[in-house]
Design a protein around this ligand. Structure first.
Ligand code: F6P
Length: 343
């Protein structure tokens, strides 16, 4: 069997661990692996080349992806779909291992509907791929957020300030809720539950009244905040999947300015940005990526294409890629309610 492997969408720590696992397992079965460069773009352009086992030596702990990534969507243009199918033929690819989040796996699902053998591996720090409890990269991202909050606590408490910390999370607030719980956030704002500047200000005031003269507010970049509406047009060009750049909302800065103005307490803002996606994966992400990568190749060997490798409880199981395309995975509201116990 000849397998093409690609990574698409925002990078995460643990992608290389997954690529290594795919290649190592494939060679155990005497399957060949070809590297598709820069996500779906590589399939459209035919930027595809053989991958030896030596290419994955030493990459387990390294962040990013040796394959490169992009947000190319071949289904934006019919001719790109044709070019992709042509290259699958030209390079003799029997199957694809697609490592990505919602968008990349969604494209995988559409190629699968066209008869291509596809298996998926879920990765995104947003942790919002339907069907799996965890995606590669999420654990590393929330570990980083927790460490950042620890550091911000000492400076916020020394200066008696409010610090607003913006984390990633377009449609789902998993990073904000789990990172915030791990780092002892005093208030968390997410896309799934509308909050307001008034509520944050009341909360900060009530903490002061209890003798807590500092506060850490964690806000997801896509958080729904009653007074902070925005039109997508203001935020510039959309990517090929129709997403605007949410960092352009400047949500943390708006909140810090308003909190200072309304409460009179000094405030600062910090945007953690791409630091959340950089660096070496945690042990959890290395092991998860390894399990997913091995399982993806095993699914192909057993004729289980059309599925992603999903973590459900403690087991890695096949889960239909078509369901990933048509469902989302918002934050567990019970978990958010639990985080609120500590506000
Ligand atoms: O894809 C996940 C993600 O990390 C989102 O949380 C964020 O909105 C986006 O990527 C940022 O992507 P870019 O790398 O294009 O700035």
């Amino acid at each position: 069997m000849r397998i093409g492997v690609l990574t698409g969408g925002g990078d995460v720590p643990g992608l290389n661990a997954a690529i290594r696992a795919v290649v190592r397992r494939a060679y155990e079965y005497n399957f060949e692996v070809l590297a598709i460069r820069n996500g779906w773009e590589g399939l459209v352009l035919g930027n595809i080349e053989p991958m030896s086992i030596r290419a994955v030596s030493g990459i387990l702990p390294i962040g990013g992806t040796i394959l490169g990534s992009s947000r190319t969507n071949p289904f934006k243009r019919e001719e790109d779909v044709e070019k992709s199918l042509g290259n699958i033929d030209k390079f003799g690819l029997d199957a694809l291992v697609v490592i990505g989040g919602d968008d990349t796996l969604g494209v995988g699902a559409r190629f699968s509907q066209k008869g291509v053998k596809v298996v998926g591996v879920p990765k995104t720090i947003d942790n919002d791929v339907y069907g799996t409890d965890y995606c590669i990269g999420f654990d590393t991202a929330v570990s980083f957020v927790a460490e950042a909050l620890d550091r911000l606590h000492t400076t916020a408490s020394s200066h008696h300030r409010v610090i607003v910390v913006e984390v990633m999370g377009r449609h789902a607030g998993w990073v904000a809720v789990v990172g915030g719980m791990a780092g002892g956030a005093d208030y968390i704002m997410i896309p799934e539950v509308e909050t307001s500047i008034d509520e944050v200000c009341d909360h900060v005031r009530s903490r002061w009244a209890r003798g807590k003269n500092f506060s850490i507010v964690v806000v997801a970049e896509g958080a729904k905040v009653r007074e902070v509406t925005y039109s997508e047009e203001e935020l510039g060009e959309k990517d090929e999947f129709g997403h605007v750049r949410l960092d352009r909302r400047g949500l943390a800065y708006t909140l810090n300015t308003e909190i200072e103005r309304r409460t009179g307490f000094e405030a600062r803002s910090v945007v953690l940005g791409h630091l959340q996606r950089g660096g070496s994966p945690t042990a959890f992400d290395r092991v998860l990526a390894t399990r997913f990568g091995v399982f993806a190749v095993d699914m192909l060997k057993e004729g289980l294409s059309g599925n992603i490798a999903a973590l459900q409880g403690n087991s890695v199981v096949p889960f239909p890629i078509s369901e990933v395309l048509s469902n989302s995975r918002p934050v567990d509201v019970e978990l958010y309610e639990m985080a609120k116990v500590f506000f």
